[in-house]
Structure formats: C-alpha cells, structure tokens
Design a binder for this molecule. Sequence first.
Ligand code: ATP
Length: 647
Amino acid sequence: MNGQPVRPEAEARLLPRIAELFRPYRVQVLLVALAILVTSGLGVVNPLLIRTVFDEALFCGAGCPDLDLLARLVALMAAVPIVGGAIGVGQTYLANRVGQRVMQDLRDRLYAHLQRMSLRFFTATRTGEIQSRLANDVGGVQSVVTDTAATVLANVVIVASTLIAMFVISWPLTVLSLLLTPLFAWLTYRVGKTRRQVVEVTQQSKAEMSAITQETLSVSGVLLAKVFGRQQDEIERFRRENRRLAELQVRQQMIGQGFFAVVQAFFSIMPALVYLVAGYLLASGRGPAISAGTLVAFTTLQTRLFFPVGQLLRVSVEVQSSLALFRRIFDYLDLTPEIVDAPDAVALPAESVRGRIRFRHVYFTYGETRLPPSLVAPVGDGRRSPEPDGHHDEATGRPWILEDVDFEIEPGQLVALVGPSGAGKTTISYLIPRLYDVTAGAVEIDGVDVRNIQLASLTRLIGMVTQEPYLFHASVRDNLLYARPDATQEEIEQAARLALIHDRILELDQGYDTVVGERGYRMSGGEKQRLAIARVILKDPRILILDEATSSLDTASERLVQRALQPVMAGRTTIAIAHRLSTILNADVIFVIDRGRIVERGTHRELLERGGLYAQLYRQQFGEGLIEARCQDGLVLASGQVIAGEA
Ligand code: ATP
C-alpha cells in the first residue's frame, strides 16, 4: 500500500470526497461562511474611511478640519473592529467545532471499517502501520479541516474586497500591483506539489516508526530482543528511522520558504513602488489625478493584501500536502471488507441450532479473494469449482492449502484434527466462524452455508479457545466479561470454577479485580488457558473450536487444563486441533490431515490398527517421547500401546 503512485482518477475524486465529509455540518459551515463574509467585509471599511477622513474631514480646504465629521468617523472606525472581533470569536468557535466533528467522524469511520476487515488484511498489514494511519494521518489533516476552509474563505474575501476597493480607488495602480500574480500562483502550485511528495514519504516514515515501536516495545518484542540480545540493534534501527523522519520533517518545513520570503519582500516593497509610479504620473501630467488621500488609502489597502495573500499561498501549499494524507485515509476506507453479511443472510437462533457441521468439498488457498461477497450460493450453483486435476488453484496458481476436505460432524461430537505441522488443521478451524471464506466448496452448520448466516449470529454460535489465548490489559473480571458483558458475578465465578481457575483468581492480589498485564503476561501459560476456557464457558457456544497449545505445560498444569475442558466440551460439537493424548483418545472421530487433505479418519483404535500416518504420528509424539502418558481418567499407556481399556 505504501509508495503507490498518485492515481489521477482518485485525485479528481479527492476534493469532492473531502467536501462530502463536511456535508452533515452544512448549516454550521454556512454560518461560518456568513460570519467570515461579514468580518472580512468589515475589514475594508476602515481603509475606505481613511480616504474620507483625509480628504473630507482633515484636509478639505475651507472649513477643515471638520471636527464633527471627524469624531463621527473615528467612532465608526472604532466600532468596526470591535464588532468584527466579536463575530470573529464566534466564527472561530464554530469552525473548530465543525473541524473537530469532521475529524471525529473520520476516525470513527476508519476504526469501524478496520474492525470489519477480515483476518487476511491483518495478517498482511503491520499493526503499527494501521495505528499510524488512524493517528498520524487523521491527526495530520486536523489543521486543514479545522481552520483551512475558514482561513481560505476569510482570506479570499479579504483579498477580493481589498482588490475591489483598490480598483475603485485607482485601477492603473491596481493592475500594476497585480502584474506578478500569475507567476506567484504557478510557483505556489509547484511548491505545493513538491511538499505533497515529501509529506507522502514522511507519513510512510511515521508509519514505519510506529510499526517499529509497536513490534519492538510490546511484551513479546521486548522478550525476543532481550533473549537474543538484540536491544542495541533495535535501538540502532529506531535511531536510523528517527533520523530519516527528522530530516524529512525539516525538508517538509523548508520547502518553499525561499519562495515565501520573496513574496513577502515583494509585498513590502510594493507601496514604495506605488509612490514612485504616482510621482511619475503626477510629474508627467498624464493619467488620472491622484490625491494624497487616494495614495494613502491605496497603499493601506495594499498592505492589507500582504498578510492574506501570504496566508493563502501557505494554505494552498498545506492543502496540497494534506491531499496526500486524505489519500492515505481514503485508501483504507476504500478497502472492501471481504467477509460481510450476504444480503439474504439469515440469523440462526442459538437455542435451536443443533451444531451439525458439514464441509462440502472444501478447497482453500490464502490468496486474494476473488469471489464477491454477494456471490453466496451453495456449491454446484454456479460457484467456482476447483479444476479436476487438483493440487493448485487455477486462478492464482497457488497450491491448495485445503484440498477437497469433505466431512460431517454430528451434533455434540468431539472431533480431533491430527496431522503434521502446517497440514492445514488451524485453517480448517478458521473456515467455520468465517475468519476466512472457502475458495471453493462450502462449510455448513445445520445444513446452512455459513456464508448465508448473519455474522453476528454465527459468532454467537461458535466459541474458540486459541493456542495462545489473548487477554486484554484489564482486570480478570473484565477479561471474562468480554465473552458476555451482562454476566453476573455469580455466573463469572461459576464459569471460573468450572474452568478450575476460581481458587487461583482468589489468591491473586485483588482477586477478580487483578489486572492481568499486557496480553496476560502476568499469568502463567496454564492460567491463561484456563481463563480462556472460563471465558468460553461464559459464552456458552453451541460449537467449540479448541486449538490445543503445542507448548507443553507442566504435568499438573496440563492436567488442570484437561480437566477444565471436560465440562466445556460436554453437550457441544467440538473440533479440537489435538495435541493432547486425552483429547485424541476421547474423540468420537479423528481426522488425520496431511498437506491439506484428510488422509485417514476413524477412532484411535481403528487408526492405530491401520498402521498409516496416524500410527506413525502417534508413535512419534506419544510413543517414543512419552514412555508413560497418563490421562486423568486413569488410562495408562506404555510404549505407544494402549494397555488399559478406554474409560
Ligand atoms: P500447526 O499444527 O503447526 O499449527 P496447522 O496444521 O494448523 O499447523 P495451518 O496453520 O492451517 O497448519 O497452515 C496450513 C498452511 O497454510 C501452512 O503451510 C501455512 O504456512 C499456511 N498459512 C497459514 N496461515 C497463512 C496465511 N495467513 N497466509 C498464507 N499462508 C498461511
């Protein structure tokens, strides 16, 4: 996504899209515009009054100075800025409110959109990069949305009204003052364009910094760096990127400074030039007569141009830079969430679901999805079907991660998925809650294609205990409540008791209020797993997916986790990616997965007797390594042979 060339078609749509963000606040925007018109219009009143003061009240020949007129004019000149100032305060308040609301909407939209993105997006994008778009890019447009529009409008009005007044006073002098304008406009555009390119790179650098920080200052990152003694390298990497960012920021600030200085100098010199030209005109006797009042009023107006023109030039450069940021934000907003509800998706009420799971000739590859989400029809209904020779996805040329996986699990059954590492067991489990969609074939729950079930209701049906349970940096109670926010303390404790973690929680400093630490790092592996089990008990799903930890816990911990799992599995359809002997032995059926295919299926005994891959894996995992493995129900195994009957 980084470093994409600027796409012209998207560029053309950018400004209307930005304007669209202000649409909900059009009344306020209108009020701000009105206030700006009034305050900027008021701004030309005083310079115009100067002419009257000079030519009619102070130096008007006989009867002058006209003190009466002068007093009235001065009173007016005092009132104008006071009224203008008061309106200005209201206008600033309103403009800021609108700007902040636009920012708030943008952040909300971006966050909600990211929440809807599929797992595939997050596995392919660095967290730091995502955080940076949400923080740095949205933050970067802040000044533009809060005050650019107001600044532009105010200054345009000031410039326009001043120019009109200047024209009225003396058009030849005005034309003279405007000679260099086209050159300035062109230079502004060039400077803006360069700035925009630098901004793009700067934002990428910020995203890189954010990614480095996120990756290396998280508990896992710090642990890794410490264990491998790489802290110094990480410090160096950070330093390099940080230096690059600092240089880019300086470059960004400096672009166009020379140009702005020239413009500034030009505007300061202009009044002097006007005096010179006026002198020549007077001396030659050609051209319109110029009074002293006219000259003073004209040059006063001219100096009034100085600040707003400078502002406009700067702002237009900033607006151009902010387009780069908006593009990065819209880039994310334009990503289509891949897994969404089909228009005719149904809600499956959790109470009536039995929990029969069917995989119909499922093929899967981790590539880009090509099926539009609306294309949700059962297999054989015009959906893509895999090419007959198998092994590769025809469309992408990628090898199938799952190939013709076809099975049915009866309600309440415990199924163990067993197979070598990388065989595709986790992938199978991901297809049931639609963390990914099948490439071809279908996954069904109670005969309904999961793609035709509303995601919210699908999520309610399924509970997952992953290998490394994720815990938030919050209290034990809050982590448990995540499964069911309305659970009572009794229900929480009941779940914790069933998961055999209640007593341990009570031993903690603050019991259920103890904060578990970033990602639960203050808990042991077994405790985290039991907390995750308690969480799933609280959720009470119809279907349970259990990815057993491969990392071995000590025997006592392991046994606790096994025992904790018993009540969870009871009465639910359970798919366990099994690494524990007890799960395998308890399973109603074992599917042996190898390179994306189910190569064997049956019970432990049947599979052992067959003497195929399962028997081989079994001997490797439990036979040679474990001379004696005991599962909690008293079953004793020695040298890979079952010597006692199953409980
Ligand atoms: P293990 O027992 O080691 O966890 P597994 O049987 O669960 O392995 P999967 O995690 O399903 O295996 O992975 C199956 C294959 O898919 C592997 O070759 C893996 O490299 C690949 N894979 C997994 N996740 C992704 C992903 N997000 N993008 C691309 N390929 C992936």
